[in-house]
Design a protein around this ligand. Structure first.
Ligand code: FES
Length: 140
């Protein structure tokens, strides 16, 4: 019986992964499985926290050095696409000046990942807006 259950779970997981890979593409799928920069940063220079209309919360943390982002991270309790978008928001902020960060919007994130299904576009907005709030709240 345990073997049957293991087989069932493995088959289900494979189907979920196949569907996600087809819907989101390889880069987004890999980032969903292993979202880079997903951690709470202690003593960040800037921290943004937003809850979207979907009810999910996105946080972005920034640390500056010499007028540019030296470290960026995110945390979310949201969906898979929110993890993809938060990870990209942090990555896109890395090494950027405040002026350059102001240019990063949902479109930047979507272009970087090659787009998302229409129902997930708001997840990119949540990440981009949290990044802008983190910059706005920056104490440097
Ligand atoms: Fe809420 Fe994706 S559904 S952030």
């Amino acid at each position: 019986m345990p073997d049957q259950l293991d087989d069932f779970v493995k088959d289900l997981q494979d189907r979920i992964y196949d569907d996600a890979l087809r819907d989101y593409g390889r880069e987004a799928f890999d980032r969903w499985l292993d979202p880079k920069y997903m951690y709470v940063m202690d003593s960040a220079d800037g921290h943004g926290r937003i809850t979207g209309s979907c009810g999910d919360t996105m946080e972005v943390f920034l640390r500056f050095e010499g007028g540019r982002v030296r470290e960026a991270s995110f945390m979310t309790d949201g969906c898979g696409p929110s993890m993809i978008c938060g990870s990209l928001a942090a990555e896109l902020a890395m090494g950027k000046s405040p002026e350059e960060i102001r240019q990063i919007g949902a479109g930047t994130i979507l272009d970087t990942i090659g787009g998302l299904p229409e129902e997930d576009v708001h997840c990119a907005s949540l990440a981009a807006n949290a990044l802008q709030v983190a910059l706005h709240n920056c104490d440097k």
